[in-house]
Design a protein around this ligand. Structure first.
Ligand SMILES: [Fe+2]
Length: 343
């Protein structure tokens, strides 16, 4: 249901306080023409109420020729910040950036984070921000899971639908998202609540069955029929099933790039206020559907690039695929049992 402007400002005050914004700090609000003006204004107002020095940075939109649709998670590559040194310098000067336009991970953004600047992404609709307003328990839940994933050597995912996928871990870092940016150089996303890493190169092997009801992002559809993915040495080699399998095959083939079939981040959802059902109540352009990525006990599988953590796979096509009812084992320890988080 609609959220008032007053409530939106209060929520931003809460999240910026969790993000440790102090009166001595500078807060930059990053926006473009397609940013939600209510979110931009609420971020401004909240930062001011906390006594911070606040300023805006507006960047032009960027439409890569091969991108389809409006979902910013669908296409990885250059961002409006690429090559824009002056804007980068203006953003590096901030202690915290509220990103209302969604800069996907880029070398420029990584450079900003390296200076100690924190970044908080906030692009979902206000009612989604309200339902998943972060708190300290969200952080504790995710950081407890991080202790398990951080030093893990192997992840295995099984399901009654027929999944049995194994991958080695350790080559790439573990990333946590809990909804606020409270450490120097931290990037986070409100709303969120999950963690992930990337399989070691060439080690993911097995079968992943995307079952009826599982979600394909950025298509924002619930599968009506199972899709069988065969995965060999880190790449999807076969996509079989009904209509959704055919759609996925066609979409990935459109990029004409063998690297789209690589396995990207893998992890599990830990946000009890995120709902598997929420996507059905929203239009596709409402947001990026963090409910699907974060709902408690999902296995979040993805395809495509791994350059954001120093890998070499640079491909524009990125699919996030949250699955239900999976069992996720990390070094033999069950962390999700048939879609239920093991505390
Ligand atoms: Fe992703």
């Amino acid at each position: 249901m609609p959220v008032s402007d007053n409530q939106l400002v209060e929520m931003f005050e809460h999240v910026l306080t969790l993000s440790k914004v102090k009166p001595s700090e500078s807060v930059a609000i990053l926006k473009s023409h397609y940013s939600n003006p209510r979110i931009v204004q609420a971020a401004f107002n909240a930062a001011q109420r906390l006594g911070a020095s606040v300023y805006g940075v507006e960047l032009p939109a960027l439409n890569p020729p091969k991108a389809m649709g409006n979902d910013m998670t669908a296409y990885c590559g250059d961002t409006p910040l690429t090559g824009n040194k002056a804007a980068q310098t203006a953003l590096e000067a901030a202690d915290l950036i509220v990103d209302t336009m969604m800069l996907l991970h880029s070398p420029e953004q990584e450079q900003i984070l390296k200076t100690g600047t924190r970044i908080l992404l906030a692009v979902e609709p206000p009612e989604v921000l309200a339902r998943m307003l972060p708190n300290l328990e969200d952080k504790e839940r995710v950081m407890t899971a991080e202790k398990v994933l951080k030093n893990a050597k192997v992840m295995r995912v099984t399901s009654e639908a027929g999944s049995d996928l194994t991958m080695a871990l350790g080559q790439y870092p573990t990333v946590t998202e809990y909804g606020f940016a409270d450490e120097p150089g931290r990037w986070d996303h409100w709303p969120s609540g999950f963690l992930f890493s990337w399989p070691n190169e060439t080690t993911a092997n097995g079968t992943l069955v995307i079952d009826k009801g599982d979600i394909l992002l950025p298509f924002k559809i619930y599968c009506r029929e199972a899709i069988n993915l065969t995965i060999k040495d880190g790449f999807i080699t076969d996509i079989e099933g009904g209509f959704e399998a055919e759609y996925l095959r066609e979409y990935m083939a459109y990029f004409n790039d063998p690297e789209v079939y690589g396995i990207s981040h893998v992890g599990w959802g830990l946000q009890p206020r995120a709902q598997w059902t929420a996507m059905g109540l929203h239009d596709k352009n409402d947001g990026m559907c963090m409910d699907a990525r974060a709902f408690d006990g999902n296995f979040l599988f993805s395809t495509g690039p791994n350059t954001e953590v120093g890998g070499t796979r640079k491909t524009p096509c990125h699919m996030d695929i949250p699955l239900r009812n999976c069992t996720v084992e990390v070094d033999g320890q069950v962390v999700v049992n048939k879609g239920e988080v093991v505390s």
